[in-house]
Design a protein around this ligand. Structure first.
Ligand SMILES: [Zn+2]
Length: 118
């Protein structure tokens, strides 16, 4: 049975700053928000796509989109990590590698049994 789920992830990355909000018409706290689409295959393989960053007002949630490269570079320099969790970025690839190695190991084991005795 194949399970394929897909949903939007939304995370507040913090980094608050006070800016003027044109919707609230006053100074408000603004935070960096991370939004991405997470597709999960059979509950173990994760693929993150459509990654976006926004600087949004904490009161009304309106804001502007930020450039991905700048935010990811900023987080890498300041926190030495990527805002998107590792398992969400590379989870699917790691599972595929592990399954491939398992299949290779099984076939290598079966091939070894059919070799003639020396
Ligand atoms: Zn606002």
């Amino acid at each position: 049975m194949i399970f394929l789920q897909s949903h939007n992830e939304l995370r507040n990355l913090g980094q608050k700053q006070v800016k003027f909000c044109p919707f609230c018409k006053q100074n408000q706290n603004h935070s960096i928000w991370l939004q991405y689409r997470l597709t999960t295959f059979n509950l173990i393989m994760n693929f993150a796509s459509d990654v976006k960053y926004h600087l949004a007002c904490s009161n009304c949630r309106n804001g502007v989109r930020l450039k991905n490269q700048e935010i990811e570079k900023y987080f890498k320099e300041k926190f030495k990590t990527h805002p998107v969790p590792f398992s969400h970025r590379y989870g699917g690839i790691i599972v595929l590698i592990v399954l491939s190695l398992l299949v290779v190991a099984i076939f290598a084991n079966k091939a070894y049994k059919f070799l003639p005795d020396w």
